[in-house]
Design a protein around this ligand. Structure first.
Ligand code: PXP
Length: 251
């Protein structure tokens, strides 16, 4: 099915489990192929500076062997830029990276990132790689993304997903408002981080969001029911939420 809302499956934590024992199992490439079979529209992998999960060899194999578009998450460093230009993935998502953080804890500071970000965005774009910036749902960050020439932003959904249930509506409002602003200023809007079966619906229902990137929860669910089954359920929750929005709009 061709859904207007794409699902990018992030396979980083398949590599986390593999690396716990230092061998080859479970193989992120096999997970990427299973994700394709289950209805993913793309594969996302974050090559971190400390290589805590995805390795350089994983990126080489994913670039050569998967048919789905690869979205490479990367810090805006010289090392990562060189790797991206060598592999030329379909897309690159620029993320902030701190060695001590457990995951990507906040969005990029696009306002403060100026010249460095502009130059990395320019180099990647020139190589035909679609660039997105992972940012907090904040109008000033969105405006700065446009000013730097980024065609796509990915809104950080972590604060929404981590909020206690009674505080979620306020966090969701930030995402809804930012997604509307993104459309107004000509940015393609994506979202991700921390999404689960329970939190995906309201984000998937936002008609101006075109892609969700989801990883940790799917890999966790795979322990209980298999990766393909977890992805199929996520896909169906996304499609249902989006169809309800579209239905409301055309009613
Ligand atoms: N999008 C970006 C930019 C990320 O850094 C991550 C985490 O690697 C995700 C989406 C996926 O987050 P999660 O693994 O919590 O689903």
């Amino acid at each position: 099915m061709n859904s207007p809302l794409r699902l990018g499956v992030n396979i980083d934590h398949v590599a986390t489990i593999r690396n716990a024992r230092g061998g080859d199992h479970p193989d992120p490439l096999r997970a990427a192929k299973a994700a394709a079979k289950a209805g993913a529209d793309g594969i996302t992998a974050h090559l971190r500076e400390d290589r805590r999960h995805i390795s350089d060899h994983d990126i080489t194999r994913l670039s050569r062997e998967i048919e789905l578009p690869l979205n490479l998450e990367m810090a805006a460093t010289d090392e990562m830029l060189e790797i991206a230009l060598r592999h030329r993935p379909h897309a690159a998502c620029l993320v902030p990276e701190k060695r001590q953080e457990r995951t990507t804890e906040g969005g990029l500071d696009v306002l403060g990132g100026g010249d460095r970000l502009a130059s990395v965005i320019g180099d990647l774009s020139q190589a035909g790689i679609r660039v997105s910036l992972f940012i907090e749902p904040d109008a000033a960050q969105l405006d700065a993304a446009v000013a730097l020439g980024a065609p796509v932003v990915e809104l950080h959904t972590g604060a929404y997903c981590d909020a206690p249930i009674n505080a979620r509506p306020a966090q969701l409002d930030r995402i809804v408002t930012a997604a509307a602003h993104a459309e107004r200023i000509g940015l393609e809007c994506h979202a991700g981080h921390g999404l689960t079966f329970d939190t995906v619906g309201p984000v998937a229902a936002i008609a101006t969001i075109f892609e969700l990137n989801i990883g940790h929860f799917l890999v966790g669910e795979a322990i209980f029911g298999g990766l393909e089954s977890a992805i199929k359920r996520m896909r169906s929750l996304m499609d249902k939420a989006r169809a309800e929005t579209t239905g409301e709009r055309s009613a």
